[in-house]
Every structure is written in structure tokens, then in C-alpha cells.
Design a protein around this ligand. Structure first.
Ligand code: HSE
Length: 418
């Protein structure tokens, strides 16, 4: 048996995750990993660790040849990228939790890993405690992954749970999410879906070999969901969740997006409450599998960082098998979505963009309908994020072009036109 490598860690950041990692490492001496130095921004802040551990000089860590692992859990994506790229070039393995940085620099990070041969691990950056990246990378190392449907942001799930099940208003729920250390320091990143779409981009890389920038993915957050939408959900015995979804289409390409969605009460994701995340995978032969765990918070996130550190003892690195060893999948916009739209005034809604309307309801103050619209039309326009309009995916939301053509043909046949 080969002896495990001893790990000497330089840690960047001592916030929610950094301090969590410090505590977790203290409780796992068997790991033979010790933090030599912690680089922080603000030396004045009181911290629960010996003062001698801290520095504000990043090169004390990056140029220390006895440090073989850099763990980066800071908030600033640009600074994080500088740290990570320098560390890799300086011959150090890196563990990171910075989802925004990873999503925005994925292409460069892939290149840096190839150039330096160093390992760059970031299990904690998506779904915190759920080992989703390593599963997609290692276990689903085949072409059988039909779809993934996931809740990947803890704060929005927490807010939706508190609002719709415990009667808190949005602001109260958000403040609580901030106090508990779930929300980003700029909570707009959670609420408006940026954090979820950031995570979704690199999960798509590990699932399907797709390398895409977050601003190329259709996404929204929960900012437009209102009490009326929640009432409709309750009437239909459904819940509203912020869902990241990817599905292999019949054309062999992949549809992917992050959108609020009505979820049936018996859906696995309906079971995911508060800051928990959940991932439902459908694959050939295995059928459905469900992964569930805490998606935000100090110790759950630190547990995934710890697992990455442990993996470095045996030189684990991501092979990006779907990207380099298989034929990577392409994204497809050739699909339609079933959407529920609630709004104050018809003039805000381009009705002609919809292929058909399945259901409509006109209340005194607010109206809604359920209709089918081309994916591209949502990608290219923003009316559905404006004027207090709320768009939520409904039913089985993905309709493939081929299915749509069949439905249209059938209705023309029924009408005696063809
Ligand atoms: N703000 C993030 C969330 C933290 O709520 O999911 C974990 O990535």
C-alpha cells in the first residue's frame, strides 16, 4: 500500500466556509492535513483561531514551497481566479468553493489544469454536501445520462419554503437565510438565479462535456414569484421550486436551463425543503436516482472541501471524461417550453409568441395562463422578467420540436384541414 501524501494547506478566506473547514480539520486529525497559514482581507476582525495563523500577504502562501495545497474559499471571484491560477502555475493543487469564479473562467481553468498537470477540485461549489460532481464524473462515465433535474441553490429553496409553508414574507425569509450563512454576500446572486446558473454551467461540463458561459443559459430566479402564484400552486397541489434542468433530446443534443417550476407534490424535488438541495438523475437501465443533502451552510460546505482535500492524498483529479474522452454533447435550443405566466396587464405579454394556450384565468387584479412557447423566444426576449410578470415552467415543461409538429398535425387533421 502506498503511503498517503501529507498535506500542508494554505487557506484563503476565513468566512462561513473557511472557518467551517478549520473546525472540521481540527476534528479529523487522521487526515494528516494541516493548515499552515490563512490569508484574510481584514486583520481587524476577531476570529476563533490563533492570531499567528493569519496573514494579509497572499504571497506568503502562494510562494511557500512547503504548502502543497491551496484552499480558496473567498467571496471575490476576480481575486479568487488570480489566486487559483497563480497557485496552479506554482505547482500546487487547489481546492475551491468559488462557483462564480469557476463558471466565469471555466475555459481558462480547463487549460490551466492541462498545462500545469495540477489538480483543481471544487465539489463544494455545487450542492455543497452532495457529492454530485464526482458522481457525474466517475459513476455516470457513459452515454446513458438521460436527464438531470436539480435544486442547486439553498437560499432560494429556503426562502420559498419559509414563505409558502411558514408564512414569512420574502424579506424576513431572506434575512434569515443571510443570518444562517446560506446567502451570498450579495443576495441578488441567489435570488435572481445567478448562483444557480453558475453552478449549472460546470455541472453540465461534468455531466455532458458542455462548456458554456452562464450568460448563454436560459435562467431566472425567484424574484418575480408572488403570492398569487403560490395560491395557484396550492390549488393544484403543487409547489414552486427553482429548478436546474438538463435533458437529452431526441436529436441527440441537450436542452438546459434554470427556471422556477411547478413541481408535483409526489416529485422527489418536492421533498427538498429549506437549505437542502436535491438532484434527480435519470439514466438508461438505472431509471431514477435521487441525491439529497444540505446545499448551503458552514459545515456542510466544509465537508465537501474536506472530501476534496482527502482526495488529493491519492492525487485525484477530474478527468473531464465527457469532454475529453467522449464526444461532448452540444446544447440545443430546438425545443418548446410549457409555461405558466401571471401578469397585471395583457399589454405586457406577447400573446402571438405562444404556439397555443392551454388554460387561462382572469382574476380582477391578476391574470394568468398556461401556454407553450419556443425556447428561443424566451432566450431572445426579457418581457417575462419585467413589469411584475412571473413566468414559471409548468407540467412536463419540455416539449420537443418533433412532438410539437405531431400535435399541430393532429389538430389540423381533427379540424379537417389536412
Ligand atoms: N448561496 C449559496 C446557496 C451557498 O444558497 O446555495 C452555497 O453555494
Amino acid at each position: 500500500m502506498t503511503a498517503h501524501k501529507e498535506l500542508t494547506i494554505g487557506l484563503f478566506g476565513f468566512g462561513v466556509v473557511g472557518e467551517g473547514l478549520y473546525k472540521v480539520l481540527e476534528k479529523t486529525p487522521s487526515l494528516k492535513a494541516r493548515i499552515k497559514k490563512v490569508c484574510i482581507k481584514n486583520p481587524e476582525k476577531k476570529r476563533q483561531a490563533p492570531a499567528s495563523l493569519f496573514t494579509t500577504e497572499k504571497n506568503e502562501l502562494l510562494n511557500d514551497s512547503s504548502i502543497n495545497v491551496i484552499v480558496e474559499v473567498i467571496d471575490d471571484a476576480d481575486a479568487a481566479f488570480q489566486i487559483v491560477s497563480t497557485a496552479l502555475k506554482n505547482g500546487k493543487n487547489v481546492v475551491s468553493a468559488s462557483k462564480k469564479m469557476i463558471a466565469e473562467h471555466l475555459q481558462e481553468l480547463l487549460r490551466l489544469q492541462q498545462q500545469t498537470g495540477q489538480s483543481f477540485l471544487y465539489e463544494s461549489a455545487a450542492c455543497a454536501s452532495i457529492p454530485v460532481i464526482r458522481n457525474l464524473e466517475e459513476y455516470y462515465d457513459n452515454d446513458l445520462l438521460h436527464s438531470i433535474k436539480a435544486i442547486v441553490n439553498g437560499s432560494t429553496n429556503f426562502i420559498l419554503t419559509k414563505m409558502f409553508e411558514e408564512g414569512l414574507d420574502f424579506r424576513q425569509a431572506l434575512i434569515l437565510a443571510q443570518q444562517l450563512g446560506f446567502a451570498e454576500s450579495n443576495p441578488k446572486l441567489d435570488v435572481e438565479g445567478f448562483d444557480a446558473v453558475n453552478k449549472w454551467t460546470f455541472l453540465l461540463t461534468h455531466a455532458y462535456g458542455i462548456v458554456i458561459r452562464p450568460d448563454e443559459v436560459l435562467f431566472n430566479g425567484i424574484q418575480n414569484i408572488n403570492a398569487g402564484d403560490a395560491t395557484v400552486a396550492r390549488e393544484k397541489n403543487q409547489q414552486i421550486k427553482l429548478v436546474a434542468q438538463a435533458k437529452k433530446l431526441q436529436n441527440g443534443k441537450v436542452a438546459a436551463f434554470v427556471m422556477p417550476q411547478f413541481i408535483n407534490h409526489d416529485d422527489h424535488l418536492a421533498f427538498v425543503k429549506n437549505e437542502y438541495n436535491g438532484v434527480v438523475i435519470e439514466s438508461g437501465f438505472a431509471d431514477k436516482q435521487f441525491f439529497y443533502g444540505k446545499g448551503a451552510g458552514s459545515l456542510p460546505t466544509a465537508s465537501a472541501v474536506l472530501s476534496d482535500i482527502a482526495a488529493l492524498r491519492y492525487d485525484y483529479h477530474y478527468e473531464y471524461k465527457k469532454l475529453y474522452h467522449h464526444r461532448p454533447h452540444e446544447l440545443s435550443n430546438d425545443l418548446y417550453l410549457r409555461t405558466y405566466v401571471s401578469f397585471d396587464d395583457w399589454s405586457y405579454v406577447p400573446r402571438d409568441d405562444f404556439e397555443w394556450i392551454e388554460e387561462w384565468h382572469a382574476g380582477e387584479e391578476r391574470k394568468y395562463f398556461v401556454g407553450v412557447i419556443a425556447f428561443e423566444k424566451l432566450l431572445k426576449n426579457t418581457w417575462w422578467k419585467e413589469n411584475n410578470t412571473s413566468l414559471i415552467l409548468a407540467g412536463d415543461p419540455i416539449i420537443e420540436s418533433i412532438e410539437l409538429r405531431n400535435v399541430k398535425k393532429k389538430s389540423l387533421e381533427l379540424a379537417g384541414i389536412i
